[in-house]
Design a protein around this ligand. Structure first.
Ligand code: 1PR
Length: 546
């Protein structure tokens, strides 16, 4: 098998990149010291997390001169995400840390005044008709980043670079650059489905450099109406637990009750997690989320069943994978203390791209307010986001409605609702719960959202216990309240019953993504049907590429 060298500077989840490279028929050889770099023919610099962390690690370990030499010798080099950013001179993310300076210019932050930041999702990498490592104008690629190099026509081209761009809101940014032996992408090819594997293959096979800058392939007429810009993200969610027979199954509750309504009260068994994830990937799901809804308490941490689910899924599913459930400081069966960060690290090493924190986030938020909104860097959210970047930390919220008769009936953030309570109450607030909805806390969803945003969460998975499994559509009032309270992206969840509900949530709220579970598991609709419906309604979506 031909080899490609990956630089392991211990900066985050690179399992997915290894899986993608192996899928394309290459063997990964690790670079573990600067001396190893001279052995590399093709070198990939993956990048996750902070610009400063990445560059400081590389600098302290003595890698920078070795990378520079590799590039200067004309050997193939690819940077991914922060690996692209490292090629620039610097970034406002860490102004004191210099980049490699291979590309002139410095990165800035996305403007979050009218859009969510980080920029998470599927966007274009348009090359204005020039060929660049088999990037296609009609394809979409998975981005997740807060800092970007703004595109100014002619600026980088004047330095000899071929440039691909994406557009987020009103900002057009650099999605990829290439020149001679160098190729770098802001998006993650290893998470960009078939389109991502195609461009990675072009780099590995050495097919991109010779044709760089020449006129690209004609646009596929079937999909040529596809526009630039971020697509509407559709996520499939699998609630997973062991049933009473000890099998790991995908289940689905109504208002979080996952047992059949008959006398036996068996756990609903809707299928096997890895197989179902694969099916949703092929149906065009933009992401797959696994929620371990029971804690698997009696199991040694190293044998957590979700680790194996992730390992197997990430070998064939090339879209982002999120894992939630049980991410908190814990004590192993042998009495060893294991931190939330260590558990998250195990999940990242097994192929997860994001971890989702539920109960522990509520407890941390309570502490945050009780300590006068001060942060001490010790919560799971802070520790994991510091190590892996904010984009790797999702907070899963399990709120439920509490109706009140008057605006001043509670200190909590209240909304006036179009759906009055059982006694005609015209107002409600959303109380946060923990332990899968079993315990309600004196904290509202706005308080939680703002606290976890301050701690460094990169995204909110906004469930709603009242709507869960109801097939009656998303809780638009809840989503609007939370969207107005934070800048980070929000994933609307709970209640999806048909494709129209997805269109409704995207057109009536500013949600950044929408998630469905039961309607997909019960085969009432496929992800593809949802995407086709959204497309018919004029919304931009990513279609699955064969
Ligand atoms: O508290 O950090 O250990 O995390 C536990 C995680 O497990 C949380 O993310 C919590 O939401 C989830 N969870 C716990 N118990 C249940 C349950 O159902 N009994 N599932 C549960 C939550 C909600 C959604 C669901 C949507 C869409 N499931 O993920 O998929 O509501 O469903 P629908 O489209 O069918 O309406 P921790």
């Amino acid at each position: 098998m031909p080899k490609v060298h990956l630089l392991d500077y211990v900066a985050g989840n690179i399992r997915s990149l290894v899986n993608a490279v192996e899928k394309l028929g290459y063997e990964v050889d690790w670079i573990r010291s600067p001396e190893d770099v001279s052995r590399a023919e093709k070198l990939i610099l993956p990048g996750v997390g902070h610009f400063g962390h990445c560059l400081s690690q590389l600098s302290q370990a003595g890698y920078l001169p070795a990378i520079q030499k590799h590039i200067d010798e004309g050997k193939p080099f690819m940077g991914v995400c922060v690996g692209l950013q490292a090629l620039f001179e610097g970034s406002v993310e860490d102004p004191d840390v210099p980049g490699l300076g291979v590309v002139k210019g410095s990165l800035g932050r996305f403007d979050d005044s009218i859009k969510s930041v980080p920029h998470i999702g599927w966007n274009s990498a348009s090359t204005a008709g020039q060929s660049m490592y088999d990037l296609r104008r009609d394809s979409k690629y998975y981005y997740v980043h807060t800092y970007r190099f703004p595109y100014v026509k002619g600026q980088l081209e004047g330095q000899g670079w071929t440039v691909a761009t994406g557009t987020y809101g009103t900002e057009t940014f650099v999605g990829a650059v290439a020149k001679g032996n160098i190729y770098a992408t802001q998006f993650h090819p290893e998470k960009s489905g078939v389109a991502g594997l195609r461009t990675l293959r072009a780099f590995l096979n050495g097919q991109g450099a010779e044709t760089l800058g020449s006129p690209s392939l004609p646009v596929d007429p079937v999909s040529s109406e596809a526009k630039d810009g971020l697509t509407r993200r559709v996520i499939a969610c699998l609630d997973v637990r062991t049933n009473d027979q000890g099998d790991l199954v995908v289940t689905k509750g109504d208002q979080y009750d996952v047992r059949e309504k008959n006398d036996a009260r068996d756990v609903r068994n809707l299928g096997k997690p890895v197989e179902m994830a694969k099916k949703y990937y092929h149906d065009g799901a933009d992401e797959v989320t696994f929620l371990n809804i029971t804690s698997f308490r009696d199991c040694p941490i190293a044998d957590l069943p979700m680790l194996e689910v992730l390992r197997q899924t990430s070998q064939t599913v090339f879209v982002p994978l999120t894992i939630g459930g049980g991410i908190r400081d814990t004590v192993d069966t042998d009495g060893t203390k294991v931190s939330a960060l260590e558990i998250a690290t195990m999940y990242f090493k097994s192929g997860a791209d994001k971890v989702s924190i539920g109960s522990d986030a509520v407890i941390a938020a309570e502490e945050y307010y009780s300590l006068g909104r001060k942060l001490f860097g010790n919560t799971a959210i802070e520790q994991i986001s510091r190590a892996y970047g904010n984009q790797a930390v999702v907070v899963s919220v399990d709120p439920k409605r509490v109706y009140v008769p008057k605006l001043d009936a509670t200190r909590h953030n209240i909304i006036e609702t179009k759906f009055p309570g059982p006694r005609g109450e015209p107002y409600c607030w959303y109380a946060c719960t923990i332990k899968g909805g079993r315990e309600t806390r004196d904290m509202d969803v706005v308080e939680l959202a703002q606290a976890v945003e301050a701690m460094g969460a990169g995204e909110l998975l906004l469930n709603c216990i009242d709507k869960d499994g109801s097939n009656t559509g998303f809780d638009l009032e809840l989503i609007t309240q939370v969207k107005n309270a934070v800048k980070i992206p929000v994933i609307a969840s709970s209640g999806a019953g048909n494709p129209g509900h997805f269109e409704e949530v995207f057109s009536k709220t500013t949600t950044d993504a929408a998630l469905g579970a039961g309607m997909f598991h019960r085969a009432e609709y496929t992800v593809k049907q949802v995407k086709d419906y959204l497309k018919d309604k004029g919304l931009v979506v990513r279609q699955f590429e064969q």
